[in-house]
Design a protein around this ligand. Structure first.
Ligand SMILES: [Zn+2]
Length: 180
């Protein structure tokens, strides 16, 4: 499936094009851009980006995702849990996410405004200052990396393990902060 995207780099530069191979656990992806009516394929590193906006249209309608003033958004929604993402550059994007992973380069969120040009947004974690959900700040620092332990034997588990190799206890999906 080909998606239209606006990739925003950490330096503010925008790269628009279509993307066929974006996966949240990959470190880079290819974007097919149209520059002077010539197609060219550029490889983008996720770490160079601030966010990737999956959009309805590439032109017009700036990537507007601002919350209309003074609207209190519901905390839980069909699109997930409400979050407020505060970027290092000062921008704040509000929306919803079904699951938040801190062990990947970033995560997907859906903007709260269905009329927005954005369908969903991949937020690159290294460009985020803080995330607020349920009026609480989610700690993003590396020291708080989630340790998985087996609830039966209490040994530390590798994050890819689905079952404890010592006693076969099924691991909960603890790299997710939540799933709603
Ligand atoms: Zn165990």
């Amino acid at each position: 499936m080909v998606n239209l995207v606006v990739a925003k780099k950490k330096d503010g530069k925008l790269i628009k094009g279509s993307v066929g191979n974006f996966l949240p656990n990959k470190l880079s992806f290819h974007i097919n851009t149209l520059i002077d009516k010539t197609e060219s394929i550029i490889e983008l590193k996720v770490e160079d980006l601030k966010a990737i906006f999956f959009v309805k249209r590439l032109e017009g309608d700036k990537t507007s995702h601002d919350v209309p003033e003074k609207i209190t958004l519901p905390k839980i929604h069909a699109m997930g849990k409400h979050i407020s993402v505060n970027f290092i550059d000062g921008e704040i994007i509000e929306g919803y996410t079904h699951s938040l992973h801190l062990d990947r380069a970033g995560f997907f969120m859906t903007p709260n405004d269905a009329t927005s040009n954005n369908i969903r947004i991949f937020v690159v974690l290294s460009s985020v200052a803080k995330i607020i959900a349920d009026d609480k700040e989610i700690i993003l620092s590396a020291e708080t990396e989630i340790k998985r332990t087996c609830k039966t034997c209490k040994k530390t588990m590798d994050k890819d393990w689905k079952y404890c190799p010592f006693d076969s206890t099924k691991m909960e999906n603890s790299e997710d902060i939540w799933n709603v």
